[in-house]
Design a protein around this ligand. Structure first.
Ligand code: MLT
Length: 251
């Protein structure tokens, strides 16, 4: 399919969930990014055969929804990085194998990633981005006029890994010929990406390890997740959150 490139795009970036900018999503395309690890987990689950995920605020909401969806669906998520007691899965993308998730719907609650998704719900469309599917996502975005990269961050603070991923997608848009007006937030993402990742020797996994959240994950035993989430375009898919469900968009 031939893409019509948009030459007057506006790109914005929100640095963390909970930053009170919810109203500004109205009428815009929002890409929610939580590289470590909710976005990477969602992309992995869907490409391993999970038909849909349902983001919810907390374990109570997950239990209620499970009653509606039936006991065949799985619950997944974390608090403080660890699996929630009584849940089937944590938030490590490595747990979301085809064997575990194929054909199973998943109710997901995480500290910041699913929070950002719920906050974005007045956007005209909501996509989910990670390094695993950044290029596929940015090539879709090229046809839009207003894009907001909504970085989930961590407890209201920015996360280096999310800024890098937003910066990468911004760079891909610019490299593809899009003429864009960038807000200061979007410039922050782009500059961070260019400074840390555009050199010939820069290795994404090494750079990710410099982030505060990566250090926390290493401390609690999830070092392998960092290498996994740092893979570029290994799962080139478009992921959409609509009407309460996260699914693959095959357009
Ligand atoms: C979150 O939503 O805050 C993260 O995905 C946390 C995590 O690394 O599991």
């Amino acid at each position: 399919m031939k893409m019509e490139w948009n030459n007057s795009m506006k790109i914005d970036l929100v640095i963390a969930a909970g930053s009170k900018r919810r109203r500004e999503f109205y009428g815009k395309t929002v890409v929610v990014i939580d590289v470590l690890r909710a976005s990477s987990t969602i992309v992995t689950a869907l490409t391993n055969g999970c038909p849909a995920l349902y983001p919810v605020a907390d374990a109570g909401a997950a239990a209620l929804l499970r009653r509606q969806l039936g006991s065949d669906c799985l619950t997944g998520g974390e608090r403080h990085g660890l699996k929630i007691p009584g849940f089937d899965l944590g938030n490590s993308p490595l747990e979301y194998t085809a064997e575990a998730v194929e054909g199973r719907q998943i109710i997901l609650t995480t500290s910041n990633g699913t929070q950002a998704l719920l906050e974005a719900n007045n956007a005209v469309e909501i996509l989910i981005g990670s390094f695993l599917n950044a290029e596929r996502t940015s090539s879709y975005l090229a046809t839009n006029s207003e894009v907001v990269f909504f970085c989930a961050g961590s407890n209201g603070e920015p996360g280096l890994e999310d800024l890098l991923c937003a910066g990468l997608m911004t760079e891909q848009l610019l490299a593809g010929g899009v003429e864009a007006e960038l807000t200061d937030g979007a410039k922050l993402g782009l500059i961070t990406y260019r400074y840390l990742l555009s050199g010939p020797k820069a290795k994404l996994a090494d750079v990710l390890r410099q982030s505060q959240h990566a250090k926390r994950l290493i401390d609690i035993g999830f070092s392998a997740d960092l290498d996994y989430c740092a893979q570029s375009e290994t799962r080139p898919c478009l992921v959409r959150y609509q009407d309460g469900r996260i699914t693959l968009d095959h357009r």
